[in-house]
Design a protein around this ligand. Structure first.
Ligand code: NI
Ligand code: MN
Length: 227
């Protein structure tokens, strides 16, 4: 399968049969090389309600008829935006659901989750995906927390973690997160979108190599890696 980064926290995971879009923020994302009208999606996964994670979700869901997976409150908000309720899977922290591309479990995240119109966005989350025999942990926006050790039980092949600091964990805490989940490979995100979250990803990657057992996979916006 292939993982493509569109900048910020937007990723496209492509299996042999499905396109899984995560936290679509494209049209107003200064780092994105693509627009919302141009991406494919069979599924859309949302970690929380902030605009830099859900901005283009409703439009893409309506155009592609993708199934959207989000927390219950974001699911209700999407229905109000015109997304078909039959295409929304609302879940909550700790729950899991079997989909056509794999198993999706919603994990804990420590952050906030108001929606762009100010309405309540439920609890922020992350996802532990089991896809084609690999376990992929997408932490979402979060600080470092000790329960990441529980998320790592059973192994994590790939962790997708924020390193931008200010709104989420920064480079140093993401190193601890890599160790706690025991990730074999780690992809950084939520950095370099705007000046307040600028980071030197190559020096971060060097520290990951020195201090953890993980292989860092630093992508450029639009760049992909085979998983
Ligand atoms: Ni956020
Ligand atoms: Mn964010």
């Amino acid at each position: 399968m292939k993982l493509t980064w569109y900048g910020h926290s937007t990723f496209l995971l492509e299996t042999e049969s499905h396109a899984v879009l995560i936290d679509p923020f494209l049209d107003d994302n200064p780092a994105s090389p693509v627009k919302a009208a141009d991406v494919a999606a069979d599924y859309i996964l949302l970690t929380h309600g902030h605009f830099d994670h859900v901005a283009d979700a409703a439009a893409i869901a309506q155009r592609t008829e993708a199934t959207v997976i989000a927390n219950f409150e974001i699911g209700q908000w999407l229905a109000k935006q015109g997304v078909s309720e039959a295409k929304i899977i609302g879940m909550n922290t700790g729950g899991a659901v079997a989909t056509k591309f794999g198993r999706v479990k919603m994990t804990l995240a420590h952050h906030s989750s108001s929606l762009p119109d100010g309405s309540y966005g439920g609890s922020p989350g992350g996802y532990l995906l089991e896809v084609d025999g690999q376990r992929i942990y997408v932490s979402g926006d979060t600080c470092l927390f000790l329960d990441m050790k529980l998320i790592g039980v059973g192994g994590v092949d790939v962790a997708v973690l924020p390193i931008g600091d200010l709104f989420t964990m920064g480079p140093a805490d993401s190193l601890e997160a890599v160790k706690m989940v025991g990730a074999k490979r780690v992809v950084p995100c939520h950095f370099n979108t705007w000046p307040p979250i600028e980071q030197d990803a190559s020096s971060w990657a060097e520290t990951v190599r020195q201090q953890t057992a993980a292989e860092p996979l630093v992508l450029e916006p639009g760049g992909s890696v085979e998983l």
